[in-house]
Write a protein that binds this ligand. Structure first.
Ligand code: MV4
Length: 449
């Protein structure tokens, strides 16, 4: 097992990782920017090193500073968390070259799955369904031919985008040429690669993902699905496990598909295989995330497994027990951000003057905030994740309402707590009638009126 892990991240996920390290008897090193000197992860870690200025480029993305901090403190492994350098193959390679274990998959796997067109090919070769579509498009003529073959509407996606960035919907041949040219130019500008591919557009799909953790011996554990359909501008606002739409048959099929992909690429570490699921329960692989994700706690609640511990143990070369993971009850995660939902979710960072955190049976809060803490303006607006568990979805919803109404965050800032309380009263949410369009098209307009 590792002796000392450096956490190359901040906020709630740094706190989350430090907690598991302590339970595993692993010493921790926090890194922080000058804007984060009063952050909770700095207090909770055994050691902390200031690595640069407030802007991510100066600190949490500053590879030489992070590696120096690891060398000075004698860390033998680096946990990247999510965001920042977590899916950066160059960083993983440098960690290895400097004699530190990067807690995640190999750089080669990150390169492969970071290319969404290559990831599609992997899925096809592994025998997993993908959305009807193409490989990398060579020129506009080929693109137009592919569009006609697939049939409109189609989506043009950036091969090096992902998470919804760099996507363009084409509904007819009239607009195809212009949109393909702009999509390629935008991809080049945003991701440094103009490579795009085309997929048939699936209308109002659900976004359902399977959590996996794989060890270094080819054992792949699956932990069931998460329902992540409720998103706003490709940002998830609430996640649940299990999905109210997934029955045992579909769960088995999705889990087998995720396992096939992980096995095919000899995956190592924690990862998430994303699927689109249509109203007829057809499912299609779209992407794989090669990191631990924000929403992992809903899976932890229903499986009673510490995913960060599994991830660290797999990285340390331990064997995983792949006997079936049983699911118990229902969990919901609410992302509490400092945004004003009445003003188009405008960020409102400020000082926390008063804080009362909910508790009680079936309630978990993952957060780095405390009374007197000032939220820096340089990072994302996530303040806390409230995760609730119930024997049934109905019970989890009731518990969510109770916990949200206990949650008090005051100061010169707004939070999304009132938004979540309203969301829980929405009839479509209560029915579990979720898809990737319902929040923006139906629920949010209703909240405004
Ligand atoms: C799609 C799609 C419909 N058809 N692909 C957006 C995020 C990225 N991971 C994939 N995304 C989508 N891909 C095809 N062929 C619709 C979406 C999509 C979406 C997916 C998940 C969650 C929210 C979404 C919101 C809009 C569109």
């Amino acid at each position: 097992m590792f002796k000392k892990v450096l956490i190359a991240n901040r906020g709630e996920i740094a706190v989350r990782i430090i907690r598991t390290c302590r339970e595993l008897g692993i010493k921790t090193v926090a890194i922080y920017s000058t804007a984060d000197k009063d952050s909770l992860h700095v207090f909770l870690a055994d050691e902390a090193v200031c690595i640069g200025g407030p802007r991510p480029q100066e600190s949490y993305l500053n590879i030489p500073s992070i590696i120096s901090a690891a060398e000075i403190t004698g860390a033998d492994a680096i946990h990247p968390g999510y965001g920042f350098l977590s899916e950066n193959p160059g960083f993983a390679e440098i960690c290895t070259a400097c004699g530190m274990k990067f807690i995640g998959p190999s750089p080669e796997t990150m390169v492969l799955m970071g290319d969404k067109a290559k990831a599609r090919e992997v899925a096809i070769k592994a025998g997993v369904p993908v959305v009807p579509g193409s490989g990398i498009i060579k020129n506009v003529q080929e693109a137009l031919k592919v569009c006609e073959e697939i049939g409109y509407p189609v989506l043009v996606k950036a091969a090096h985008g992902g998470g919804g960035r760099g996507m363009r919907l084409i509904t007819s041949s009239k607009e195809a040429e212009t949109l393909i040219v702009t999509a390629m130019a935008e991809a080049e500008a945003a991701f440094g690669s103009g490579e795009v591919y085309i997929e048939k557009y699936i209308e109002n799909p659900r976004h359902i993902e399977i959590q996996v953790v794989a060890d270094q011996f080819g054992n792949v554990m699956t932990f069931g699905e998460r329902e992540c359909s409720l998103q706003r501008r490709h940002q998830k606002v609430l996640e649940e496990a299990p999905s109210p739409f997934v029955d045992e048959d579909l769960r088995n099929k999705l889990s087998d598909a995720a396992k096939k992909i992980a096995e095919f690429i000899n995956y190592e570490g924690a990862g998430t295989v994303e699927f689109l699921v249509d109203k007829d329960k057809n499912f299609y692989f779209i992407e794989m995330n090669t990191r631990i994700q924000v929403e992992h706690p809903v899976t932890e609640f229903v499986t009673e497994k510490d995913l960060i511990a599994k991830q660290i143990m797999a990285a340390a070369g331990e064997k995983l027990d792949i006997s079936d993971v049983k699911l118990k009850g229902h969990a919901i995660e609410f992302r509490i951000t400092c945004e004003d939902y009445e003003k188009d979710f405008r960020p409102t960072p400020g000082k926390i003057e008063k804080l009362l955190i909910p508790g009680g049976f079936g309630v978990r809060v993952d957060t780095h905030i405390y009374e007197g803490y000032r939220i820096p303006q340089y990072y994302d607006s996530l303040l806390a994740k409230l995760i609730v568990w119930g024997e049934t979805r109905e019970e989890a919803i009731k518990r969510g309402e109770r916990a949200l109404s206990e949650f008090i965050i005051e100061g010169n800032l707004k939070t999304t707590i009132p938004f979540h309380l309203k969301l829980l009263k929405d009839e479509n949410f209560i029915k579990g009638a979720l898809d990737t369009k319902i929040l923006e098209n139906k629920i949010l307009p209703k909240l405004k009126s």
